[in-house]
Design a protein around this ligand. Structure first.
Ligand SMILES: NC(=O)c1ccc[n+]([C@@H]2O[C@H](COP(=O)([O-])OP(=O)(O)OC[C@H]3O[C@@H](n4cnc5c(N)ncnc54)[C@H](OP(=O)(O)O)[C@@H]3O)[C@@H](O)[C@H]2O)c1
Length: 231
């Protein structure tokens, strides 16, 4: 059985899109929500799309944290800090937490094509300050569109993975390449999340301007820099 991944805020488009792709890849997925019923409903709808045997369940966020040591955080920036403070006692020592939060200005009534300044440098670095000691934070999946994740086509996007813990980077890269079409690239230290998060605001603006679902591809690196799904 695969290591379960619990998606905190998994009822939204980004979390449920990742859940759909990982369930299709045979991963064990726990949808987390502030409301257990909402989580179960989303798990049910993913099972309907994938197969009745798909390993997808739904739990309240704290119970989801307690049930897994691989966590994916997909909540809006305005709820991120408060939620992490609430969940701190439930997050298991030694967990890997992957954060996709983008500090969009829309969080405070501004434009979705702009970002907010975050004192820590990025939303992911804020997360790193709020999780229990010994939890490794990874920034990833910021530039993948939820609309694309929720579709059936291959995902035409590279996933830049940033963390100060190389082992956690490896775990997140392995998860990323379960998604058909995705190439995972080690993006260096967690502080690089501030740049990766900004790219999403640019993509939002491009999507509005050109009416699309843009992603990113990094070219010109040696073959070894790109990790992709083994077929
Ligand atoms: N959408 C995209 O294309 C995309 C792409 C890249 C990155 N992202 C980032 O991924 C994150 C999730 O995106 P999304 O579009 O899925 O967001 P969303 O729909 O606004 O929120 C996701 C889930 O978070 C929970 N939530 C909402 N407000 C909350 C609060 N104040 N406190 C705690 N939980 C709250 C809700 O679940 P419950 O009500 O069930 O608890 C909601 O379903 C965001 O940070 C976004 O910037 C999104």
């Amino acid at each position: 059985m695969s290591r379960p991944v619990a998606i905190i805020g998994g009822t939204g488009p980004q979390g449920s899109g990742l859940a759909l792709r990982w369930a299709r890849a045979g991963e064990t997925v726990i949808i987390g929500s502030r409301d257990a019923t909402r989580a179960e409903k989303m798990a049910d709808s993913i099972r309907q799309r994938v197969s009745p045997q798909a390993q997808v369940s739904g739990l309240e966020n704290a119970a989801a944290c307690a049930a897994a040591d691989l966590l994916m955080l997909t909540v809006p920036f305005e709820g991120q800090a408060e939620l992490l403070k609430q969940l701190k006692p439930a997050i298991r020592a030694g967990s890997v937490l992957i954060d996709a939060t983008v500090p969009l200005a829309a969080s405070v009534g501004g434009r979705a094509s702009r970002t907010l300044g975050v004192w820590q440098g990025s939303a992911a670095q804020q997360t790193a300050e709020l999780v229990p000691k010994g939890v490794s934070v990874v920034a990833a999946f910021h530039n993948v569109s939820a609309d694309v994740l929720n579709g059936d086509d291959d995902v035409d996007c590279d996933v830049l993975v940033c963390s100060d813990d190389p082992q956690a980077t490896k775990v997140a890269m392995e998860l990323a390449v379960k998604i058909p079409g995705v190439r995972a690239i080690d993006g260096g230290k967690l502080e690089n999340a501030r740049i990766v998060e900004q790219i999403t605001a640019l993509l939002v603006g491009l999507n509005i301007r050109h009416k699309g679902h843009g992603g990113v591809r990094i070219t010109g690196l040696p073959e070894a820099a790109y990790q992709s799904r083994k077929r």
